[in-house]
Design a protein around this ligand. Structure first.
Ligand SMILES: Cc1cc2nc3c(=O)[nH]c(=O)nc-3n(C[C@H](O)[C@H](O)[C@H](O)COP(=O)(O)O)c2cc1C
Length: 368
């Protein structure tokens, strides 16, 4: 597999390769979004409407620095692994393989409440720690127990997802007849007693419809830094900071919740302007190359998260596959920085980007 992985030159190569090995229903679940999947496509296509302005003779090194500091932790590249669940669908190593790959590459894994492995097993498999992503199930008592499980296991941040309280209309996933296979489980929900017996159809247990008061209450439940995921408006970002959040993730859940939700990259600029350095701004949705990472940084992100791309690597070769995805992105980011005349990620500022609605047509044979 190592030789085959090195033949994959773009994240789209990983996508095609993963699509050819996964069963059709699992593929539909991973690739799919809500309804007509307009937001899934627009997340990626929004990057094509931002253009980069290289600085002539701007760089002074051929080894640009791709590192960033995120909530006090130094990462080798400005890319984190977004929470996705349950990764056993793709590989038996699931979240443990992903967390180990993130650590090996100097990235960071955000582990979902809906993970296959219980969070303590995942956090215990790495030295540098993981972030825990919270879904609020059933009652405040259960939510408090979920947060305590993560904090006791050493989670280095708590990410609260606010855009998935309600089940979405995942039509393509339904059409493919996706059912959570028997070998896939939900380790946290089992250990907390939230899930007992059979996994319900669509693997969906009702979540609490979160309110701002709940978020304030969640803030008070732990000492962990708090990051709110699923923010698309400046005033919502302000409100998060106002109640003591340390940052936000500009995200529409990879187009999996509201079809027609604004592409993350479009929402990013406004949110980053409002936050104005007072908190962490991450973004996810549609990142498919190092050039995309640079565009997001130029529009105000401190770092980005990827979802599907690392799942492609995981599905192909477990930990090695995720490492290969991160390695490719690191090389692409280095190349982009050199070409831009920037010595480091920190050098990338708003003046590197300009918007223009030009969509070059792809000639046959052009391959991304
Ligand atoms: C298969 C899959 C499962 C996901 N599960 C979760 C989850 O459990 N919690 C969460 O906050 N987001 C979840 N997401 C959304 C991702 O965290 C992220 O927002 C999205 O994948 C980013 O878009 P991208 O896939 O285009 O990179 C999931 C996404 C996918 C593709």
């Amino acid at each position: 597999m190592a030789r085959e992985l090195s033949a994959l030159l773009t994240l789209r190569d990983f996508e095609r390769a993963a699509g050819s090995v996964l069963d059709a229903a699992s593929w539909a679940y991973v690739a799919g979004g809500a309804a007509a999947q307009l937001t899934v496509r627009a997340n990626a296509e929004a990057f094509d409407q931002v253009w980069l302005r290289p600085r002539a003779l701007g760089g002074t090194t051929d080894e640009p620095d791709t590192s960033v500091t995120v909530l006090g932790q130094r990462l080798a590249l400005p890319v984190l692994l977004a929470p996705t669940s349950p990764q056993r669908l793709l590989h038996h190593g699931a979240e443990i393989s992903t967390a180990r790959a993130a650590e090996a590459a100097g990235s960071l894994s955000i582990v979902s409440t809906d993970s296959h492995h219980a969070f303590p097993e995942v956090a215990g498999a790495v030295k540098g720690g993981c972030w825990f992503q919270l879904y609020a199930y059933r009652s405040r008592e259960d939510v408090a127990a979920t947060i305590a499980l993560a904090e006791d296991a050493g989670a280095t941040a708590l990410v609260v997802t606010v855009d998935a309280s309600y089940a979405a209309r995942r039509v393509t996933t339904w059409r493919a007849g996706f059912r959570t296979p028997a070998h896939v489980d939900f380790g946290n929900l089992r250990s907390l007693g939230i899930l007992t017996g059979e996994i319900p159809d669509g693997a969906r247990i009702d979540r609490l419809p979160l309110t701002w008061e709940d978020l304030e209450w969640i803030r008070a439940q732990s000492q962990m830094p708090l990051v709110v995921k699923g923010i698309l408006r400046a005033e919502d970002a302000e409100r998060c900071l106002g109640l003591g959040a340390d940052g936000v993730i500009v995200s529409n859940h990879g187009g999996r919740q509201l079809d027609g939700a604004v592409p993350s990259l479009v929402a990013l600029e406004q949110v980053a302007t409002a936050v104005a350095g007072r908190g962490l701004v991450l973004m996810d949705g549609g990142i498919r190359s190092g050039v995309h990472v640079a565009k997001a940084l130029a529009l105000g992100a401190d770092a980005v998260c990827i979802g599907r791309p690392y799942l492609w690597g995981l599905g192909l070769a477990g930990q090695k596959g995720v490492e290969a995805v991160l390695d490719l992105l690191k090389h692409e980011i280095e190349d982009t920085l050199r070409q831009l005349g920037a010595d480091s990620v920190a050098d990338i500022s708003a003046d590197f980007a300009v918007r223009a609605q030009i969509r070059p047509s792809l000639a046959q044979g052009d391959i991304l």
